[in-house]
Design a protein around this ligand. Structure first.
Ligand SMILES: Cc1cc2nc3c(=O)[nH]c(=O)nc-3n(C[C@H](O)[C@H](O)[C@H](O)COP(=O)(O)OP(=O)(O)OC[C@H]3O[C@@H](n4cnc5c(N)ncnc54)[C@H](O)[C@@H]3O)c2cc1C
Length: 382
């Protein structure tokens, strides 16, 4: 058996393991698929442990039995050894992307979409709402569903956009293979630089909601709410958009919330996560009302949530603070909350880490129930 040395920093290991299982299930599936025989169909897969040398995945599989004209279900442990040096995140991502490219799929996600801007409107002094019309069906379940928007706008909708969805051109295939080759052969520092430059003009923004407009055969319209702050690339892009512009997204990611359906839930969001939180609250199914913490740098941004948008009886804490203080303010507020079973939270990265570790280590909220996410990073240099 290959050697499996434990990772010393347990919190770091759990941060990565939980993040990858919560937000990158497609990638975990791809890694598992590339490590089993083709006759095995993998139904689902999750990482159960991480070692210095690789990842241990538990997969639920279906095997075809042609002689009996049937299939058999089983569970299998798969160890996928790392093939590059670098940070733990890089090593897992590399395994996933190499597997996806090997399968001839697009490693940047589920593909490109185009949207027409049909309205822009301010909902608070620094939150701008884009109303978009999509050329392809948008998801039914929108809470937390985020798009990686390319910070550009086109004048005219490219033709054949819809018909080219899902297909991968040979140029893209070649680019993906070259990218994977480079990722494997660059030093950690240069790899980080390459990843940063590949994402330089891309920003993640959430579907606030999505609906089927009159005359459309599918869910085609959506709101996307962007918090603008200073002269950053994302803020300038949003301010530059007007009716009729065509914008595109490069990939997208779902968010799942079954863990919030029972028990006492804690929900925390700053301005960037208000759209996701509003979606979660709109589809609230848990009879126990949540404990909600709303963070913002300025009090005026909190007008995003009107009293009627928040569940009756929910305990709401509105905290106004500098981004650097988000972690300590949330922890202070949690002093008054005795019971926490499940969490959805998204705000600044270091603060999110502080709160995630507190919930894990002091309040025993397990990984499955502790979705405390980093939505942005202070002082990132692109
Ligand atoms: C899954 C997901 C969904 C998201 N959904 C939304 C959404 O619906 N709406 C939304 O507005 N954002 C959302 N975000 C956050 C958004 O992607 C980031 O804030 C992004 O960094 C903004 O890009 P930028 O060009 O404005 O700033 P960047 O180029 O990333 O950073 C430039 C500078 O601005 C600072 N900065 C970045 N974000 C903030 C901030 N929020 N407050 C203060 N300073 C900041 C950085 O520290 C850096 O110094 C989401 C993030 C994720 C991961």
């Amino acid at each position: 058996m290959e050697s499996r040395s434990p990772i010393q920093d347990l919190d770091h290991k759990l941060d990565i393991l939980e993040h990858v299982n919560q937000d990158h299930s497609e990638e975990v599936l791809a890694i598992a698929e590339s490590h089993v025989s083709r006759s095995l169909k993998i139904v689902s897969a999750k990482i159960v442990d991480l070692f210095e040398e690789g990842v241990l995945i538990q997969a639920n599989t279906l095997e075809a039995k042609p002689s009996e004209d049937s299939t058999s279900e089983s569970q299998q442990d798969i160890f996928a050894p790392f093939v590059i040096n670098g940070s733990l995140e890089d090593k897992i991502l590399y395994l996933a992307y190499a597997a996806i490219v090997k399968q001839g799929r697009d490693f940047s996600g589920t593909g490109k979409r185009f949207f027409e801007v049909i309205n822009t409107q301010k909902v608070t002094p620094n939150i701008t709402r884009l109303t978009l019309k999509s050329s392809t069906p948008l998801p039914d379940y929108y809470p937390g569903h985020a798009f990686a928007f390319v910070l550009k706008s086109l004048q005219k909708q490219p033709e054949l956009v819809a018909s080219s969805q899902g297909k991968k051109s040979w140029q893209k295939n070649l680019f993906d293979r070259a990218f994977i080759w480079l990722m494997k052969h660059l030093s950690t520092k240069h790899r980080q630089k390459l990843l940063m430059s590949a994402n330089k003009d891309v920003r993640l923004y959430t579907l606030r909601n999505a609906w089927q407009s009159e005359g459309s055969d599918f869910i085609d319209q959506a709101h996307v709410d962007v918090f603008t702050h200073g002269n950053t690339a994302g803020s300038q892009w949003v301010k530059s958009l007007s009716k009729g512009d065509i914008i595109s997204s490069r990939s997208e990611a779902k968010d799942k919330h079954p863990h919030l359906h029972q028990g006492q839930a804690l929900l925390v969001a700053d301005e960037t996560a208000y759209p996701a939180l509003a979606g979660i609250l709109e589809q609230w199914q848990n009879p126990i009302t949540p404990y909600i913490i709303l963070l913002s740098e300025k009090a005026t941004e909190q007008a995003y949530f009107k009293v009627t948008d928040l569940p009756d009886g929910a305990h709401i804490e509105r905290l106004v603070c500098a981004p650097q203080q988000q972690g300590e303010k949330v922890l202070a507020a949690l002093d008054n909350v005795t019971n926490i079973d499940a969490v959805w939270a998204a705000f600044e990265s270091d603060s999110a880490k502080q709160v995630r570790h507190f919930l894990r280590n002091e309040r025993n909220v397990t990984g499955k129930n502790n979705h405390t996410k980093a939505y942005w990073r202070l002082n990132v240099k692109r």
